[in-house]
Ligand binder design. Structure first.
Ligand SMILES: Cc1cc2nc3c(=O)[nH]c(=O)nc-3n(C[C@H](O)[C@H](O)[C@H](O)COP(=O)(O)O)c2cc1C
Length: 194
C-alpha cells in the first residue's frame, strides 16, 4: 500500500477543465480563462464558475448576469494561457488572439467560434465564498461544431482534441479507455483491471 503524507486543505483537485469565459458589458467584449468551473446540476442543466472580485470579467458578469463557457482544443493552449494572464481592462483579447466572436442565441455574451463546444449561461445566484465568488448559472443553449456529430447523431467529443489542466500544467486528453458503465458490461468472469 502507498505511504501517505498529510497537507492542510488546499485546491488540489485535478485534472480539471480549463475554459474561456466569454462576457460583455454591452459595449466591450472580454475573454477570461477559468479552471474553477464545473457541472453542478443535470435538471436544470447548471454550471458554476468561480472568479476573484478583481477580475474585469467579474464586473461584467455581475452586471449582465450571463456568460459563455467555451471549451478549447489543444491548438488554442497559448491563447487560453494568454487570456489568463492579461486583463480585458487593457487588451481586447479576441483581437490580440485573433479569435472570432460569435453571437449567442440566448445571451448577448460572445461565444468563441474556434472552440468546438460552447455553453450559453444565465446567472441564477452569486455566492461570496472567500477569495472567489461562485457564479451559479443555468445553461440556456449549447452550441457544437457540426463536424463533431457522428452518423448516429452522437456528439463525438473524443475527436475534438480537448485540453485539460492539472496543477499549473496544460495537458491534451489521452485515448478513451472505456465508456459509461463499461465495467459492468465486461465479459462475465473477466477481471477488473486496477
Ligand atoms: C490556467 C488558468 C486558470 C485560471 N482560472 C481562474 C479561475 O478559475 N478564476 C479566476 O478568478 N481566475 C482564474 N485565472 C486568472 C484569470 O484568468 C486572469 O486573472 C485574467 O487575466 C483575468 O482577466 P480579466 O481581468 O480580463 O477578467 C486563471 C488563469 C489561468 C492561466
Amino acid at each position: 500500500m502507498n505511504k501517505k503524507i498529510s497537507w492542510p486543505g488546499a485546491t488540489q483537485l485535478a485534472p480539471v477543465p480549463v475554459v474561456l469565459i466569454g462576457c460583455s458589458d454591452g459595449s466591450r467584449r472580454n475573454l477570461c480563462t477559468v479552471a474553477w468551473v464545473g457541472t453542478v446540476c443535470s435538471t436544470p442543466p447548471m454550471v458554476s464558475i468561480s472568479l476573484r472580485k478583481e477580475r474585469f470579467s467579474h464586473g461584467m458578469i455581475s452586471g449582465s448576469r450571463e456568460f459563455t463557457v467555451n471549451i478549447p482544443p489543444v491548438f488554442l493552449a497559448a491563447e487560453v494561457d494568454y487570456c489568463g494572464v492579461v486583463s480585458g481592462r487593457e487588451y481586447d483579447k479576441f483581437a490580440v488572439c485573433k479569435l472570432t466572436p460569435g453571437e449567442g442565441e440566448t445571451v448577448k455574451s460572445p461565444i468563441v467560434m474556434e472552440c468546438p463546444l460552447n455553453l450559453e449561461c444565465k446567472v441564477r445566484n452569486i455566492l461570496e465564498l472567500g477569495s472567489h465568488d461562485l457564479f451559479l448559472a443555468e445553461i440556456t443553449a449549447v452550441r457544437v461544431d457540426e463536424h463533431l456529430i457522428g452518423p448516429k447523431g452522437r456528439l463525438e467529443l473524443e475527436n475534438a482534441n480537448l485540453l485539460a489542466y492539472a496543477h499549473g500544467h496544460y495537458h491534451r486528453l489521452g485515448e478513451a479507455i472505456g465508456h459509461f458503465g463499461f465495467s459492468v458490461r465486461r465479459k462475465p468472469g473477466s477481471p477488473v483491471r486496477r
